[in-house]
Design a protein around this ligand. Structure first.
Ligand code: GRF
Length: 225
């Protein structure tokens, strides 16, 4: 799998940027024609899902969200999909005794709708090799820390508790170890003395909404290679 660090390229070498397929705003210079076919997977709020759809509507990202897949029938992400007129498929993980059984159903669905890339945007389930190996290099995830720092659950509290003064978010390819695959895009922000979990989460999510469509655009370059 190709690993790419656009941020490094953008910061380090303006000459390379001239020849790069990534434009200065972080989006791909390629005209994805036809648009990238994406599935988004979410478990809860779904604000990152909506950010992807908005980037598409605003013509920043040439893609189409074929379906949102959720594992919680009552999640807010599903309501967003209804409002945005995007097909929402519900697979409740509680209906499957084993993680691999659940992932097999996801694989069948994702193959059926023929997507080029899968975006885990707040997917709160650990995925198994059943899913990962069915779509090698084609699943990406967003995580609210500068990986490899603060992997796993509640990364925002981990950063606050550890008293670091900078945190951020990362979009990476999904591998079998949690929050560990090759990094596509990262962005940082300061933690202020007065920050609590709520204020930091709000600022981090704004940053996530900015970088996730850019990272999809970059991953799209690789998927279309
Ligand atoms: C985001 O902070 C993301 O980094 C993490 O889960 C959260 C999902 O937020 N994986 P939302 O559901 O997209 O609002």
């Amino acid at each position: 799998m190709t690993s790419l660090n656009p941020k490094k390229e953008i910061c380090d070498n303006s000459e390379n940027l001239e020849n790069s397929l990534i434009s200065p705003d972080g989006y791909s210079k390629k005209d994805f024609n036809p648009p990238l076919r994406l599935a988004v997977m979410a478990s809860g709020n779904g604000s990152n899902f909506e950010a992807i759809v908005n980037a598409i509507i605003n013509k920043k990202l040439k893609a189409s969200v074929i379906a949102l897949i959720v594992n919680n029938p009552n999640c807010k992400a599903k309501e967003r999909a209804e409002r945005l007129n995007i097909k929402c498929i519900v697979h409740d993980h509680r209906d499957y005794p084993k993680r691999t059984d659940f992932d097999k159903v996801l694989v069948d669905t994702l193959k059926f709708i023929k997507v080029e890339g899968i975006v885990m945007a707040g997917w709160m389930r650990i995925v198994t090799s059943t899913l990962i190996n069915a779509f090698p290099g084609r699943i990406i995830n967003i995580h609210p820390s500068i990986l490899p720092s603060f992997k796993g659950t509640d990364a925002i509290s981990q950063a606050l508790n550890s008293k670091v003064c900078i945190t951020g978010c990362t979009v990476h390819f999904v591998s079998e170890s949690v929050d560990s695959g090759p990094i596509i895009y990262q962005a940082a922000l300061p933690i202020y003395k007065e920050d609590d979990k709520k204020s930091l989460t709000i600022r981090l999510q704004e940053l996530e909404h900015d970088i996730l469509p850019k990272a999809i655009s970059i991953a799209g370059e690789i998927w279309r290679e």
